[in-house]
Design a protein around this ligand. Structure first.
Ligand code: GLC
Length: 455
């Protein structure tokens, strides 16, 4: 290669690898806008484990916890697992329409679903291998789901596991911290060539971002302190390839596990308030809401509706719709997003408890979405009454979970107008020393969260 061509090639390479660094704040804000405004999304965990429903050899494995890990929980090799799970994974026609309409009805703006979980079974029709819905069911489930979501006007997110318990070249010996079903046994295998797994991983991701139209979110899962990022997944290269085909895409932080990418350790609580843009766009606290939010970074709490991500027929510890609404309000008041999980059954149908709960959340959202969507964290912080505040420009939304006995409430702001968000009835109030004191009605109209709009 001539020196000039070489220099030109090096320049192009440097320019593309610095893609995220080159993005201006204004460009990033524009790219993140819909996501920041959405506040509420639906997560879906669905794969071969869903059909097993928490059972192995006809016996219950556990009545709680992540049963999408059932292959690991029973330490089954991939062939034994597949033989038992595949016959139970029987997606009914049209299942995806029900998911999309449930998300819409609940007031979610986006849906993130598992294109492949740790078990390694891909829901799309992949040319990269045979352990996928195309080869085993003659279906492209990613297409069915994506089309149904697009038809409802929902944004589409792909969860994709970089851990793979099926691929014969996935080298589980390189991480002590990442799970592997047969990790405890001495496997009589020839040494694995992890680079071949990386080719497969990058190939499947390329299929996902090339064949299904616009993809709005890529939700990677996950890395360990001892095996992460470029070493484990050629992560920067993978992200660069994704951005080249989907320039508007938003990606989470889980290809990495370093403080600069929002992680302090292995626990789901070990999140930091740092998210350098080269590692992703948002931080992912799991199963908890950070006490004061994560100021300065985009964050999304993902959470289960009972205690498992993947369907388990024995898990009856359902959260109430009241708890979900309070969580959503709490998260919005701290400037985060709520990604709430559902775990459909092996036929794609949604458990009745889930449908009931999500519909109740939707009824509340029908009347109160204005105080959640497009709002920001309240600069006033957590109030000293049982409730939360959100903000939109000069409007403050006061969410009341219960009525203070005094029947009055004071806030450090000068209101000019106070109305019920639902129905618009005016409330009496006084303003003194930049403090507004509200006179509450004798009973709060909404038993879960009454919202008062203050201008
Ligand atoms: C964890 C689990 C996984 C689940 C995910 C959701 O990383 O391994 O089962 O999909 O969290 O956040």
């Amino acid at each position: 290669m001539k020196t000039t061509t070489l220099l030109a090639a090096m320049f192009v390479a440097a320019a593309t690898s610095a893609h995220s660094a080159q993005e201006t704040t204004a460009q990033r804000d524009a790219r993140m806008q819909w996501w920041r405004e959405a506040r509420f999304g639906m997560f879906v965990h669905w794969g071969l484990y869903s059909g097993l429903a928490g059972n192995w050899n006809g016996k219950m494995v556990s009545d709680k916890g992540g049963l999408e890990w059932i292959q690991k929980l029973v330490n089954a090799d991939t062939h034994t697992y597949a033989a038992q799970a595949i016959p139970k994974f029987l997606p009914q026609p049209g299942f995806a329409k029900a998911w999309a309409s449930l998300a819409k009805q609940a007031g979610c703006q986006y849906v993130v679903f598992t294109t492949k979980h740790h078990e390694g079974f891909a829901l799309h029709d992949s040319k990269m291998g045979q352990y996928d819905a195309g080869d085993l069911l003659n279906r492209d489930l990613v297409k069915e789901i994506t089309d149904a979501l697009h038809a409802e006007g929902l944004k589409v997110g792909f969860y994709h596991s970089v851990i793979d318990w099926h691929h014969p070249q996935y080298d589980f010996t390189r991480s002590k911290q990442l799970p592997y079903p047969e990790g405890g046994k001495q496997l009589a295998t020839t040494p694995r060539d992890h680079n071949r797994y990386i080719n497969f991983l990058h190939g499947q991701v390329d299929e996902l971002i090339s064949n299904y139209g616009k993809v709005d979110v890529l939700w990677w899962d996950y890395s360990s302190m001892d095996f992460q990022g470029d070493e484990a997944w050629h992560a920067s290269d993978l992200m660069k390839k994704v951005r080249a085909k989907q320039p508007g895409i938003i990606m989470n932080n889980r290809l990495f596990r370093i403080p600069e990418a929002g992680f302090n350790g292995m626990g789901t609580n070990n999140v930091t308030s740092r998210m350098d843009s080269q590692y992703g766009d948002f931080v992912t606290p799991e199963q908890h809401i950070p006490a004061t939010g994560l100021p300065g970074v985009d964050w999304e709490t993902c959470m289960t509706l009972n205690t498992t991500w993947g369907f388990n027929e024995h898990d009856h510890k359902w959260k109430s719709s009241k708890e979900i609404i309070h969580n959503l309000v709490d998260i919005a008041s701290k400037g985060g997003n709520y990604l709430l999980n559902i775990g459909p059954k092996g036929d794609g149908s949604i458990p009745a408890e889930t449908t009931t709960c999500m519909s109740k959340v939707g009824k509340w959202m029908d009347k109160h979405a204005e105080s959640i969507r497009g709002t920001t964290a309240s600069p006033l912080g957590k109030p000293d009454f049982d409730g939360r505040l959100t903000r939109r420009g000069k409007v403050t939304y006061l969410h009341l979970f219960s009525r203070p006995e005094s029947g009055t409430l004071s806030l450090k702001l000068s209101a000019t107008k106070a109305t019920m968000l639902d129905g618009g009835a005016a409330l009496k109030f006084t303003v003194k020393d930049e403090t507004t004191t509200l006179q509450l009605p004798d009973a709060l109209p909404d038993p879960v969260a009454t919202v008062i709009r203050l201008e």
